[in-house]
Design a protein around this ligand. Sequence first.
Ligand SMILES: [Zn+2]
Length: 208
Amino acid sequence: MKEEPMVPAPTDDPDDVSAEPEDLLESLVKRELHLLGEDPEREGLVRTPHRVAGALRFLTQGYRQTVEDVMGSAIFEEAHDSMVLVKDIEIYSLCEHHMLPFFGKAHVAYIPDGRIVGLSKLPRIVDVFARRLQVQERLTEQIAQAIEDVLKPQGVGVVIEAVHLCMMMRGVEKQNSRTITSAVRGLFRRDNRTREEFLRLAASDTSL
Ligand SMILES: [Zn+2]
C-alpha cells in the first residue's frame, strides 16, 4: 500500500527535520500556496507564509490559555443575587470544518451566589474558547460551563448569534442567515421566568 504523508513536506527537502515548529507552519503555508497554483516566491507572496502563520497562531491562542489564567484574582465576595448580563461581546472564531471565520456577538449572563467576577473577565473567558477551531454550539456550551465552574453561580445563560463565512462564501452561499445558539445552566434552565427575562434582554437592541 502506498503511504500518503500526513502533511505536505514541510520544506523543499522532505528529510529536513531541523525546522523549528514556527518555521514548519510557515513552510506548510508556502507549500499550500504552491499546491493552489501560486508562485510563493513572487513579490506579493514572499512574506505571506510568515504572516499567515502568525495570524493562525493568534487566532488559535486559546489553546495555550486557561480560564484560570485569564481570571486571575478577579472573583469577589458580594451579596448581589440578581442577574448580571454583559451584552454584545464581539466574537471572532474559526469553524473547525473549513477553518473559515465565523463572527458575531455573545450575550453572557449569570445570577451570583455570593461571588461576582470582574465584568471585563467575561469577554476574556469568551476569547479563551473563541480563539480555537470551533463549532458555534460547543463554543456556547464551553463558555457557560467555564462560568459555572469558576463562579458556582445560581445560574448561567449564554446566547451567541453569528454569521459563518463558510456558509456565506461557499456552498449554499446564504448571505443573510444568522445562527443563534444558547446554553443555560441552573436557574436559567429550571426557572422559566429567569430564562425568558434573559432571552428577552439578550434579544433586545439596547444600544446606548
Ligand atoms: Zn464551516
